[in-house]
Design a protein around this ligand. Structure first.
Ligand code: 2HA
Ligand code: ZN
Length: 274
């Protein structure tokens, strides 16, 4: 089957295009990666043309030999659907998880996303934490979530609680909460380490004054998580903008009742008294 006709590539393009339409990807903002299943890579093996081995910039030994779909550095999400071969590609990791080579796509001198170390370190953490279930890592620049990083304390507890309060379904969609990373230089190993530490506990990491990372089992789950968090953030921005503060809200006792009925575990650290 042609690479562009496969289910996994079509899902990748769909997510990219949906993210673009949400306004989460100005210019070359954001990046997306997916750990490809052996049977999926098997469908397209005949079309892979491996290039030279290049350094990842970090080491992800548990991912040795795996194949990934990744967006290209400097490439625009706007073009993921229009110019797929140029906008993203398939890369293979070496056995040690220290080098990669481009096997398909990223045409015209393309290279994987500048956040490749963050993506791969998150994939490695999630491979262990989810027992292999999670395959998608998604980074974007959503307006409302970024706006909140200027006014809320940069603490996991505060972001989680404030977002949970904005929509009843939030604690059901992300019961483990969200993590927050202080402002850091993007693209390097340090921010990758900080993010992957948070990803051991959460499926969402918010980068102060920059954007958000989400992890999920498939494209729908990952996009849905991003969408839910950003929508809750939008409601909070509106509530704060109305200027009078919250007159009423969902209280800690309400969350405990919700947790019982919806069979989710909500850590008491998020249900602090104000
Ligand atoms: O421009 O979003 O974090 C790509 C990015 C870097
Ligand atoms: Zn970014």
């Amino acid at each position: 089957m042609k690479v562009l006709d496969t289910e996994f590539v079509r899902g990748f393009i769909q997510l990219g295009d949906d993210g673009w339409k949400q306004g989460w990807h100005e210019r070359n903002g954001g990046n997306l990666s997916c750990r490809i299943r052996p049977e999926e890579i098997g469908e397209v093996k005949d079309q892979l043309t491996p290039g030279e081995w290049l350094d990842i910039g970090t080491s992800v030994p548990k991912l040795g030999g795996e194949y990934f779909l990744v967006t290209g550095t400097g490439r625009y999400f706007q073009n993921v659907a229009r110019k797929p071969e140029e906008s993203f590609g398939i890369v293979e990791l070496d056995g040690a998880g220290e080098k990669y080579r481009i096997c398909w796509g990223l045409t015209n001198g393309g290279r994987p996303t500048s956040e490749l170390p963050s993506h791969l370190m998150n994939h490695e953490v999630k491979l262990v934490a989810s027992g292999g279930r999670h395959r998608v890592i998604y980074h974007c620049h959503p307006v409302n979530t970024i706006a909140l990083t200027f006014v809320l304390p940069l603490k996991d507890e505060v972001f989680t609680r404030e977002l949970w309060e904005m929509m009843t379904e939030c604690p059901v969609v992300f019961p483990e909460g969200v993590g927050v990373v202080d402002w850091m230089v993007p693209g390097g190993r340090d921010i990758a380490v900080a993010t992957s530490e948070l990803m051991k506990k959460y499926n969402v990491a918010i980068w102060a004054h920059h954007g958000m990372f989400c992890s999920g089992a498939d494209f729908d789950e990952t996009f849905g998580l991003m969408h839910t968090v950003e929508k809750a953030a939008e409601i909070l921005v509106k509530v704060l903008s109305m200027g009078q503060g919250k007159r009423q809200t969902i209280e800690p006792g309400d969350f405990r009742e919700l947790a019982k009925d919806f069979k989710v575990e909500l850590d008491e650290k998020f249900l602090y008294e104000r």
